[in-house]
Ligand binder design. Structure first.
Ligand code: PMP
Length: 406
């Protein structure tokens, strides 16, 4: 890299990070990031360095990633429109497949309208910054996703955090919000590292008490909770409990992109004011075609949702019965707590020896006493896969002395 004076200002920062990474990478147990997995299209198995493993940390909750109907949806859009949308939606980039997808997003979520963005990250950042500004107050759960936090910062609004899943603390926070200005509360439906669910009815009540709008990120909820995978409202018995619904097209829906669903005026506002919608290229046609096909499969095959829920409950039961901690998980995401960061790396390595991949999540993403493997059950996992994974996680936990009496 050039050593000009301008670069000299940046290089020390890069060096500091490089040193930390070098320390990490010199320890084989910590080499978990950026590992290329050889994926088998119709199976939960992957290949790493020539060895085959059962993957237990993927995000394709419904196992639709290799589904022929979804692949065909991508192919049809590719054949019809080509590989790229060639522009932003407001100018040359809007295609019929985008509008069909937005209509499906709205229908699936029981809302008047929908908008799709280039990613879930862009949907969060763009929506929050388009709705709020200086003088407004946004209150977020302490465990909210980084894209929510970044959107809040970009908006220029006052940001407050409340304790995780604690409606009373939210109430306290809203009491101190200025009388004027918009109040927006944002939570994840399902927390991606803990697998627990936001207490929606209580949060709704607090929001109503304080004239606050409630926005919910369904990234890990769509296709995963509620009897038919409609997410957090369905989980709590239905009804319009959420003002602004938002999510990703990259997890249960195996494509790329983000979505927002809500009243028509809100969506119209976002189409003209959400900067990632206005200034970033539209979804590539195959991405939109795949997402559209996957949402249709999901609407037709609710058994997938119920299967994932049952399998996750079975795996949690198996692990908890043997004394393994899974925090407050009640969804397809199951954290296996190891303790320190090193303990999590060691546990991941032991799991691999038993033929199963569970990827470690360490500080600062989670508290450094609660480093863990983040496990996710998908509809691709058969009952035998779940048994096999459970036995492997427990055998590895015994070796790492993570079980009571161990
Ligand atoms: N929200 C949550 C809760 C997420 O977990 C993620 C992705 N990890 C996103 C938003 C961002 O979605 P995308 O990957 O589509 O940008």
């Amino acid at each position: 890299m050039t050593a000009s004076r301008a670069w000299q200002r940046l290089l020390p920062r890069i060096e500091a990070i490089r040193h930390r990474l070098a320390a990490l990478e010199s320890d084989p147990s910590r080499r978990n990031s950026f590992v290329p997995y050889g994926v088998e299209r119709d199976s939960p198995y992957v290949t790493v360095d020539g060895e085959r493993y059962l993957m237990m940390s993927g995000y394709s909750y419904l196992g639709l990633s290799g589904d022929q109907r979804v692949v065909d949806g991508a192919k049809a859009a590719l054949e019809q429109y080509g590989t790229g949308a060639h522009g932003v939606r407001a100018l040359a980039g809007s295609l019929p497949v985008h509008e069909e997808l937005e209509a499906e997003v709205a229908r699936f979520n029981g809302r008047a309208a929908g908008a799709v963005f280039g990613s879930g990250y862009a949907a969060n950042v763009g929506t929050i910054a388009a709705l709020c500004g200086p003088g407004d107050t946004i209150v977020v759960d302490k465990y909210d996703h980084a894209s929510i936090v970044d959107g809040c910062k970009l908006s220029g609004a006052t940001i407050n955090r409340f304790r995780h899943n604690d409606p009373e603390h939210l109430d306290l926070r809203l009491r101190s919000a200025p009388a004027d200005g918009l109040r927006l509360v944002i939570v994840d439906s399902v927390y991606s590292m803990d697998g627990d669910i936001a207490p929606l009815p209580e949060l709704r009540k607090v929001c109503d008490d304080h004239d606050a709008l409630l926005m919910v990120d369904e990234a890990h909820a769509l296709g995963v909770i509620g009897a038919t995978g409609r997410g957090i409202e369905e989980h709590f018995g239905g009804g319009d409990l959420v003002d602004i619904k938002l999510g990703t097209l990259s997890k249960a829906v195996p494509s790329m992109g983000g979505w927002v669903a809500g009243p028509a005026q809100l969506i119209q506002h976002l189409r003209y004011h959400a900067r990632p919608f206005l200034f970033s290229a539209a979804l590539a046609p195959p991405q939109a075609g795949a997402a559209l096909a996957a949402l249709r499969v999901l609407a037709q095959e609710p058994w997938r949702v119920q299967f994932v829920q049952q399998q996750a409950a079975r795996l949690r039961g198996l692990l908890n019965d043997a004394g393994m901690r899974t925090l407050a998980s009640e969804t397809a995401v199951i954290p296996l707590v190891a303790g320190s960061d090193q303990a999590a790396y060691d546990y991941a390595t032991a799991c691999r020896r038993h033929g199963v991949i569970g990827l470690p999540v360490v500080s600062p993403a989670v508290p450094n006493t609660l480093a863990r493997l983040r496990i996710a059950v998908t509809a691709r996992h058969s009952a035998e896969d779940i048994d096999r994974a459970g036995q492997a996680f427990l055998a590895a936990a015994r070796e790492c002395r993570l079980l009571p009496g161990g």
